[in-house]
Ligand binder design. Structure first.
Ligand code: 9MJ
Length: 671
């Protein structure tokens, strides 16, 4: 382009286009063009600006990353102080907050609140003058913070210029800068690869990134921001409520959290709290509670402030997921396959909503890496339904004589040799079914819900039965009598009879469940299903050669060798024969033709209730064509199949841009 006037006009159009598509992509999560087209437009603008540097504007998308590192951050004074929030931790404290508010407002109706997730990041204030982002400061002590404008400009979701026409002449807008979980994982993986120290959590990573003096480093960090309030405003058309104000911010191009909602009364707050608590793990960013704000802005004004926090808002915090406690002892547990796991016995501590007194240490490599010793003070973490684990030893807390532990040479239960194979992190008891611990665990597995599903036969009862010498192996279960059972502690005649009935009912079972119930190493539900479908009968599976086994989708040399090993053990064959003798039978499955592998490599997740077919049946059909069916949505998921009343998996798929298949699309897929 030769003419500067033409170039100027084109650069205006390009900037508008790029800003529009950035907004669609980063703020709304609704991209309209592929990344390659965005990159093309960006390069076109860059070329024009190279040719005519006088066309460069401060808010050009090419100017996000400044080229001069700072020597130090200067200070910013907030026009209106940045507030913090008071906390409540349970329903009664929330009720007290509501009462305090209502005592001042004296309303007949239930009070409306704007509810939003409480993001775990850093509060930042952005200042827009005549629509242009001129300054960004951290909260600091609430009055004075640090000028982080250069770094904030690198965050793509933050507009360098507000959108639309009716934005105010001056706008101070507040929000939280955070690092989404996926970006945090990637950043830490890279750090570990490069031999750098990883960040402890996304909050620290966000804080560390915002405090970089070199904006190029900040630009390489996956930061994001959600806005949640305004400070000083000049020339704002009147809005009545907090939620309307947030809607307005979104229209001006500012990034807002999608999960915000308007709720009524304490009941509405608690319902929202429960809903978000259930979705917490699957949200793409960390939250540590919910914030409720009186929605009516006049009432907010009327309520005012106490010290540094508003009277009209409260943070309802989730129970902490990390706490400090001490290691009383470290013991070794023997699992079903003989794996010996070090387990820390802790001084009981309330964390993640429950009292935790044990935490897994996984294996000895982990114990050594974390250098956990008996009597150490440690950080324990329990997030969601994940098994509690020790994050780290609290630095400087080690007592003199703190004892290191060592993997025993002999199994703590049966005294057999402990072996650790080359290249494996796990040490195992070599006792097999001679080991009472392995026997107990294999019986628990046999009885479990996804295996034989024997109602009433829980872990405690299995322990009791083995300890009392009433059973040794799974086939012994079927010889139990009401008299024997009702002699046990806490077992009445009625419960005993119920268990006998449940055992009787379990005798008719599908082949895949039976294979799974056998507890062959590395044969989970999905592999058991593939084996049942491929071979059609237990006899054929038992007779299969090493090569035959590897013809099954998903079965490689390691799994094949575990299966062969299992059927080579005489004691396993004896148990299977005895189970057949007591009347356990399964429907022989018509071996499916695995030839149609059109879904090979695809990974599906099923959520909600499907009207056309049961979940197991659908799973079987997908797997027979080479697909995998998993329980949780990740970037690797190919599509999520959604029935009625889907759970959070559907939302997560939407957020990750993963295909969603309804029942009609599913029919097409399966032909
Ligand atoms: C966070 N951290 O997500 C506020 N916050 O409002 C939300 N913090 C806040 N609001 C007034 N959603 C002061 C702090």
């Amino acid at each position: 382009m030769s003419n500067i006037n033409q170039a100027r006009q084109r650069s205006v159009v390009l900037r508008q286009l790029l800003n529009h598509h950035s907004y669609q992509y980063y703020v709304l999560d609704e991209p309209e063009i592929p990344d390659s087209e965005y990159d093309r437009l960006y390069r076109e603008l860059q070329q024009l600006e190279n040719q005519y540097p006088e066309l460069i504007t401060a808010d050009s998308p090419t100017q996000r990353i400044g080229d001069k590192p700072l020597d130090a951050f200067s200070q910013v004074k907030h026009e209106i102080p940045m507030l913090s929030l008071d906390n409540v931790f349970d329903e009664s404290e929330l009720l007290a907050f509501y009462k305090r508010v209502n005592d001042r407002l004296r309303l007949d109706d239930q009070i409306e609140f704007a509810a939003e997730p409480k993001l775990d990041g850093l509060a930042v204030s952005l200042l827009y003058e005549k629509g242009l982002l001129v300054r960004a400061g951290t909260r600091g002590d609430g009055t004075t913070g640090e000028d982080v404008t250069q770094n904030i400009r690198t965050i793509h979701s933050i507009p360098l210029h507000l959108q639309g026409e009716n934005y105010p002449q001056l706008l101070e807008v507040r929000g939280e800068v955070f690092m989404p979980k996926a970006g945090f994982e990637r950043l830490n993986q890279n750090a570990i690869k490069n031999g750098d120290k990883p960040f402890a959590n996304p909050r620290n990573a966000a804080a560390g990134s915002l405090r970089q003096l070199d904006p190029k480093i900040a630009a390489s960090r996956p930061l994001a921001m959600y806005c949640y309030s305004v400070g000083k405003v000049e020339g704002l058309e009147s809005v009545e409520t907090h939620s309307e104000m947030l809607d307005q911010l979104l229209k001006w191009g500012l990034p807002l959290c999608k999960e915000r909602a308007v709720v009524k009364g304490v009941e509405g707050c608690l319902k929202y709290f429960d809903k978000l608590s259930a979705r917490r793990e699957s949200l793409p960013y960390d939250i540590d509670g919910i914030v409720y704000k009186v929605n009516n802005l006049h009432w907010q004004k009327q309520l005012g402030f106490v010290a540094k926090a508003p009277r009209w808002a409260i943070a309802h915090k989730f129970p902490a997921q990390e706490e400090i406690t001490t290691v009383n002892d470290i013991e070794f547990q023997v699992g079903r396959t003989g794996a010996i796991t070090p387990v820390a016995r802790l001084q009981p501590v309330f964390v993640g909503g429950v009292t935790v007194s044990n935490a897994t240490l996984h294996n000895m490599d982990e114990v050594e890496r974390k250098d956990v010793r008996i009597s150490d003070t440690v950080i324990v973490r329990r997030a969601g339904d994940v098994i509690p684990e020790i994050v780290s030893v609290v630095p400087g807390s080690r007592k003199k004589g703190a004892r290191k532990i060592k993997m025993p040479d002999r199994c703590p239960i049966c005294q057999s040799d402990v072996v650790r194979e080359e290249g494996e992190a796990v040490a195992r008891c070599s006792g097999g079914l001679y080991c009472a611990a392995q026997r107990k665990e294999s019986i628990k597995h046999f009885a479990s819900r996804k295996a034989m599903d024997i109602d009433g036969l829980g872990d405690k009862l299995v322990e009791q039965l083995v300890d009392a010498g009433l059973i040794d192996h799974v086939d012994d279960l079927y010889a139990l009598t009401v008299e024997e059972l009702s002699g046990l502690e806490r077992m009445g005649e009625k419960s005993a009879q119920n268990l006998i009935d449940a055992l009787q009912n379990s005798k008719s079972i599908s082949l895949d469940r039976f294979i799974y119930a056998l507890g062959i190493r590395e044969v989970g539900e999905a592999t058991a299903m593939s084996l049942a479908q491929h071979f059609g009968s237990l006899d054929k599976l038992q007779a299969a050669s090493f090569d035959d086994l590897q013809d099954v989708p998903d079965v490689g040399p390691i799994v094949a060798s575990h299966i062969q090993y299992f059927f080579q053990q005489q004691h396993n064959l004896d148990v299977i024969n005895k189970l057949r003798k007591v009347g356990i039978h399964w429907q022989e499955v018509e071996a499916v033709n695995d030839a149609d592998q059109s879904l090979l490599g695809k990974i599906f997740v099923i959520t909600g209730t499907l009207s056309g077919m049961g979940r197991d049946e659908l799973k079987r059909r997908l797997q027979s064509r080479g697909a995998k069916v998993t329980g949780s949505v990740s970037k690797k998921t190919s599509a999520v199949i959604v029935g009625e009343n889907p759970g959070s998996k559907a939302t997560k798929a939407e957020q990750l841009g993963i295909d969603i298949l309804g029942e009609d699309e599913l029919k097409n897929l399966l032909g």
